[in-house]
Design a binder for this molecule. Structure first.
Ligand SMILES: Nc1nc2c(ncn2[C@@H]2O[C@H](COP(=O)(O)OP(=O)(O)O)[C@@H](O)[C@H]2O)c(=O)[nH]1
Ligand SMILES: [Mg+2]
Length: 281
């Protein structure tokens, strides 16, 4: 039995007066990290139900409705599609970049190139190059310590001259200050526009689903600086409660394109609301 269902069942099994019951249920729903909108909707319809399964079904329906609004097809351009991958340190940017490259290469049979702009860490570039070699796709970087914007700019020119279909640019997530990080990624976005002639098709933000409430700050910060196009949720295999994501997502309402479920290349799939809901309930 799911965590939430067993909690709900235990509330039903006690002989409680109605307002006590509602308070208990409210507490359990918040404990599952569901947002106040979802909790209010469930509480307002709960008077019509008679058992725990009904309540679980109500929660499930509310979540499905909400999550469906985050589903949107991941579209590539016919000409060079540039994807900038951003997020804080350790969330899974480099791993997700490799997974996404593999996914696009296999699903669309496109020519993909990776660009390593995490030049801040000594191993940042090597880690991505390892994946590019493993996937048998081309790789561009200027090595440890190079200016990330110069890497972005030049990799676009290289991708154009090599008739690449999809260029994915991996970035660093650690600088001395968050302001520094935001101005660096904004500068990269401008550098891409200069060499490409248009904005990158996608600015994908990587969110680590195990990070709970921190996700909110990260999302606001990056979205304000970059107007992100959508999200990749990582470490969904390792998160205990996915509910905390909802509050954060509700703030900016950007599509979730992919969900990652492990460290292997194939552990990426397009966002499916139903599997998300199963994980939470
Ligand atoms: N369990 C799990 N681990 C992941 C997932 N994605 C990334 N990781 C691990 O998280 C760590 C940081 O990943 P990395 O791509 O280097 O993060 P970056 O600093 O954002 O580039 C590595 O050990 C990855 O193997 C995932 O979906 N599930
Ligand atoms: Mg990295």
């Amino acid at each position: 039995m799911s965590w939430l269902l067993s909690k709900i069942k235990s509330i039903f099994s006690d002989d409680k007066v109605k307002h006590e019951f509602n308070n208990e249920l409210e507490r359990v729903l918040y404990e599952a990290d569901l947002g106040s909108d979802v909790v209010k909707k469930v509480l307002s319809s709960v008077s019509k139900t008679k058992n725990a399964e009904d309540v679980k079904q109500l929660v499930e329906n509310e979540l499905m409705t909400e999550l469906l609004s985050y589903k949107k097809g991941f579209i590539l351009d016919d000409v060079l599609t540039v994807i900038l991958v951003v997020g804080v340190n350790g969330v899974g940017k480099t791993t997700s970049t490799a997974k996404l490259a593999n996914y696009i290469k296999n699903k669309y049979n496109k020519k993909v190139m990776l660009s390593g702009a995490d030049t801040f860490r000594a191993a940042g570039v090597d880690q991505l190059e390892f994946w590019a070699n493993k996937l048998g796709i081309s790789f561009f970087s200027k090595g440890h310590g190079a200016d990330p914007s110069a890497v972005a700019y030049e990799s676009v020119l290289k991708a154009k001259s090599d008739a690449v279909d999809v260029l994915i640019i991996d970035t660093g997530g650690r600088l001395h200050t968050q302001d520094g990080l935001m101005s660096e990624v904004s500068k990269m976005q401008r550098a891409i526009k200069k060499s490409l002639g248009t904005d990158p098709k996608h600015v994908l933000m990587i969110l680590d689903s195990t990070q709970g409430q921190n996700i909110k700050n990260q999302l606001e910060l990056f979205n304000e600086a970059l107007n992100i196009s959508g999200l990749i949720i990582t470490k969904f295999d390792a998160t205990a409660k996915g509910g905390a994501l909802f509050g954060a997502l509700r703030l900016i309402r950007k599509p979730i394109f992919f969900v990652c479920n492990g460290e292997q290349l194939e552990n990426i799939s397009e966002f499916e609301p139903s599997s998300f809901v199963r994980k939470i309930l």
